[in-house]
Design a protein around this ligand. Structure first.
Ligand SMILES: [Zn+2]
Ligand SMILES: [Zn+2]
Length: 131
């Protein structure tokens, strides 16, 4: 799935913008839209028409996707990760954990907690800005 497809899919499903399909031009969507801003920030190292892996490419892991990541705030919860071979992938926390089990120890990792707090704060301030 290309970055353009990821952005258009998220805009359709999360932002309820049915007219944004994968032929959209960036000039046509509001560059201040918080969903677009967050996706651009998360995917800034990826060229707009570069094909990257997504959760559906990891069916062989037999891991169920995280519904929260995919549906609540995908532009904040989904993450760009890199595989050992260097391939980029746009995945939810469940797939990320399956791909990088050693990076998510059960305890004694305050950086993970901090990140979750940051995401929560971002989500809250976003809600305040957009009643
Ligand atoms: Zn997933
Ligand atoms: Zn998740």
């Amino acid at each position: 799935m290309t970055k353009r497809e990821i952005i258009s899919l998220t805009m359709r499903e999360f932002w309820n913008a049915p007219d944004i399909d994968e032929t959209f031009r960036f000039e046509d969507i509001d560059p201040c839209n918080p969903t677009v801003l967050a996706l651009e920030d998360a995917l800034k190292s990826i060229a707009v028409d570069t094909d990257i892996l997504t959760c559906s490419d990891f069916g062989n892991l037999a891991v169920a996707c995280c519904d929260t990541c995919h549906t609540m705030y995908p532009h904040f919860e989904m993450a760009l990760v890199y595989l050992a071979g260097g391939d980029a992938a746009w995945v939810c926390c469940a797939i990320d954990r399956a791909l990088h089990p050693k990076q998510a120890p059960e305890a004694d990792d305050s950086s993970l907690v901090d990140l979750e707090d940051a995401i929560r704060l971002l989500s809250i301030s976003y809600r305040d800005d957009n009643p």
